[in-house]
Design a protein around this ligand. Structure first.
Ligand code: FRU
Length: 489
């Protein structure tokens, strides 16, 4: 496996490859796994097939970064063996050496993941433990695996965290077919006891996968926090196919009680299996997700790799007119990529007269616009324009809606489910709305408001683009402030 720093130019420059989103140099990647921070280093493990650009032979790939943005690929950490594959799981730093697996002064990284074996023609999903005492560079398998096995073929994706109040480890894990998240506890990461179950609830099409449970501070209410339970579904998500939903509520160390409706994590087609980092300093909470969708993941037109992770996003809870909700924003570290900057202030948009942004044809950019709008305004931000093809971001004040339309994004058709318009709720507050978008070749992430509504979509736009144009198509709107940056690693 080539180190990504030494990746040849031909690989780096290959069509559609993003520059500041992580992709493996070669071959297939899906879910992020084992996200953990230790000694200044962020670890990103991921579902990886080292042999092909399609799912299969799955183990954990590994990359590290000191800033969450620039990643170095290290090769496989937990490869598939003749006994089975290493499916999704999580990692923690066992700084109190509760497992007894740490060596002297070194804290062990403990990974707990789903081992999928086949026995008598039937899949068995049991939870295995592996540990590393050299910062994830080499791994040992626990001799008494599995650490948790209920004899199920659909029991997977353990997310483990330290629960300070009850001073023990908690695992969230799904019973995929039953649409349940189960909770287990342990004092040593080796023996696990059943606590409680949550679900079914919200979207119960397909199978549930990849749960995560964490507390988040509430903006503007110092000292107050609530718990967020996130779970993904293989089908039936808001944008079609696979996607995530979250519940806000309370976790008392044993049981999670939802106090909100199920809400989509992201309104786009491509944000799946999100996972938060463990062991981050303070109460910082950051996650990223696989930018794809099981509906068409194996058909996306990239080579010699297939699969990309989203930008890492900071999480908090905010209050708006629909109550408490999750807000996501790209991590601040991303600002280190900002190069040329252009700012526009107080520009009235004239209906029917698009405003082209000079010098905006780059395929790696960040655009942040604060609009003033009347109750009827319909805005269009058109990107990646070239000879008849365009990707459009709309804000409709009357409908209270943010949307991304990739039906006219130039690309050879590769799957019937791909061309689509994705929409999420977004309201102007006191006649103002903020839209921030990050474009990185084939990855577009659009953050509405404070980040309560996010739309993440893959785009495969062939050829050069003419830059961005902004138009008010109905009602009245002004650009109060617009900031455009070219981003470069
Ligand atoms: C989610 C998922 C997980 C599983 C892994 C297998 O995308 O299906 O449930 O552990 O991928 O690669």
């Amino acid at each position: 496996m080539p180190d990504s720093d030494n990746m040849s130019n031909s690989l780096r420059g290959s069509k559609f490859r993003p520059e500041f989103h992580f992709t493996p140099a070669r071959h297939w990647m899906n879910d992020p796994n084992g996200l953990v921070f230790l000694d200044g280093e962020y670890h990103l493990f991921y579902q990886y097939n080292p042999n092909a650009c399609k799912w299969g032979n799955i183990g954990w790939g590994h990359a590290v970064s000191r800033d969450l943005i620039r990643w170095t690929e290290l090769g496989e950490a937990l490869p598939a063996t003749e006994h089975g594959m290493a499916f999704t799981g999580s990692a923690v730093v066992d700084s109190k050496n509760t497992s007894g697996l740490g060596g002297g002064d070194t804290s062990a990284i403990i990974a707990i993941y789903t081992h999928q074996a086949t026995s008598g023609g039937r899949a068995v999903q049991a939870q295995h433990l592996a540990w590393s005492i050299d910062r994830g560079r080499s791994w040992q398998h626990y001799g008494d695996n599995p650490v948790l096995d209920i004899g199920s073929d659909a029991f997977r994706d353990p997310k483990v965290f330290w629960h300070e109040q009850s001073r023990r480890w908690i695992m969230a894990i799904v019973l995929a077919d039953e649409h349940q998240v189960q909770f287990y506890s342990s004092t040593n990461l080796l023996q696990w006891e059943y606590l409680s179950s949550f679900g079914p609830g919200g979207n119960t099409e397909g199978e549930w996968e990849c749960p995560d449970l964490f507390p988040l501070p509430i903006e503007g209410e110092p000292g107050n926090r609530s718990w967020v339970l996130k779970v993904d579904s293989t089908l039936g998500s808001v944008a079609g196919g696979s996607g995530g939903q979250y519940f806000i509520g309370d976790f008392d160390g044993t049981r999670f009680r939802a106090e909100s409706e199920a809400t989509p994590v992201d309104y786009g087609g491509d944000f799946y299996a999100a996972m938060t980092w463990s062991n981050l300093p303070g109460d910082r909470r950051v996650w990223l997700a696989w930018m794809s969708n099981w509906n068409y993941a194996s058909a996306t037109p990239t080579e010699p790799w297939r699969g990309v992770q989203s930008l890492p996003r900071s999480l908090k809870l905010v209050k708006n007119d629909s109550g408490l909700c999750l807000a996501q924003q790209p991590v601040d570290e991303l600002k280190s990529l900002r190069k040329r900057h252009r700012r526009l202030i107080d520009i009235e948009l004239v209906t029917g007269k698009p405003l082209p942004l000079e010098d905006s044809s780059s395929k790696t950019l960040e655009l942040h616009v604060q609009f003033g709008v009347d109750a009827d305004a319909l805005l269009a931000l058109r990107l990646l324009r070239s000879s008849g093809s365009v990707t459009t971001v709309n804000f409709d004040a009357a409908a209270g809606e943010l949307a991304v339309d990739r039906r006219r994004t130039a690309a050879a058709p590769f799957h019937a489910d791909f061309p689509a318009r994705h929409r999420g709720p977004l309201r102007a507050v006191e006649g103002r709305v903020s839209i921030r978008l990050l474009l990185d070749h084939s990855c577009l992430e659009v953050f509405g408001g404070k980040g309560e509504t996010v739309i993440s979509d893959l785009l495969f736009a062939d050829g050069a683009a003419d830059g961005i144009a902004i138009e008010c198509e109905r009602g009245q709107a002004v650009i109060r402030q617009l900031d455009l940056w070219h981003l470069a690693v």
